[in-house]
Design a protein. Structure first.
Lengths: 80, 229
């Protein structure tokens, strides 16, 4: 189990750095939701399913949606 | 100047964390509220999910304030976004896969959201999580076919207001009984049954409908906003 947690933490760290480095806003947004998804997995491992559900629904789902719609509103939605 | 401020902030943060480490061993807290609640929550509230008993029974006023914060944020969002010009161009419909996927997922997401809300006192989840899922269910058709109106905005606002009022009314009903605001009412029932834990499921249903309609309204408003390019 510790190995899995370690892998998830490394993936989270890498995608957190990727958020800063990506030039494409939509790709940065996807990397950001990977961080949230990893965090919600860690909450499940820490036996906090309620918090994990909130993190997955709000952190990975709703806030990515809000960011994507804000990018669209600002004209920064470029997928290439 | 900004670099200096950032360095000062980091120094302060480091000192704070070091001070905390000096006094508390890592992973070894002296907080014992958790054990106390685990010991008495099932008898006192009748909810099988102790998180729900904390969120709605032991700290119901905090939950009411959370709802207020969410309401204020959604309202400010709506105010900042403003109104759409009549001649603004609309996005074209999405591709076949997103349209079909939205049609297939809409009822599924509704069922999952309502299940999570109604079983909030039994299994992990509850009004906030289920409400977000409900909101995304109502947003998906808008993503597939921009410009359609699923439900009139005024009805959404009405439902949201009624749900919020229900939450406060249940809290006030306890005061008419001579108890404190938001004290759980009704029969506790059998632990683990769907109809149990007194008024907590009704409160969570109100929270779920309020959060769902609020966020659905905000997302629809945001999707309605004109896109720059």
């Amino acid at each position: 189990m510790e190995v899995v947690v370690l892998v998830v933490v490394i993936v989270m760290l890498l995608s957190a750095v990727a958020v800063l480095l990506f030039k494409d806003f939509l790709a940065a947004l996807a990397a950001m939701s990977v961080v949230s998804l990893g965090l919600s997995f860690l909450f499940v491992v820490a036996r906090a399913p309620d918090v994990a559900m909130t993190e997955a629904a709000i952190g990975a789902g709703l806030s990515s949606l809000l960011f994507a719609l804000a990018l669209r509103r600002l004209g920064l939605w470029r997928s290439q | 100047m900004r670099r200096f401020t950032a360095a000062l902030f980091l120094l302060g943060l480091g000192v704070m964390i070091a001070a905390i480490y000096q006094h508390i061993d890592f992973g070894n807290t002296s907080v014992n509220a958790g054990q106390a609640i685990n010991a008495v929550a099932a008898q006192e509230t009748g909810a099988a999910n102790f998180v729900t008993s904390v969120v709605l029974a032991y700290r119901g006023i905090d939950t009411l304030l959370e709802l207020t914060i969410l309401f204020t944020a959604a309202m400010i969002g709506g105010m900042v976004l403003g109104r759409r010009r009549a001649d603004a161009p609309r996005d074209p419909d999405a591709g076949f896969i997103l349209r079909t996927g939205a049609d297939l997922l809409f009822p599924l997401l509704l069922v999952v959201g309502l299940y999570i809300i109604l079983h909030g006192h039994l299994t992990p989840g509850g009004g906030f999580q289920g409400g977000v899922i409900l909101a995304s269910a109502f947003f998906l058709p808008l993503l597939a076919r921009p410009g359609i109106t699923l439900i009139d905005q005024r009805i959404v606002s009405l439902v949201e207001g009624l749900a919020g009022a229900t939450f406060i009314l249940i809290g006030l009903l306890a005061m008419f009984d001579g108890k404190e605001f938001l004290t759980p009412l009704l029969d506790k029932g059998e632990l683990g049954a769907l109809i149990s834990a007194g008024s907590l499921p009704i409160l969570y249903l109100a929270v779920g409908i309020k959060v769902g309609s609020e966020l659905a309204g905000l997302l629809a408003h945001l999707a309605e906003a004109e896109a720059l390019d």
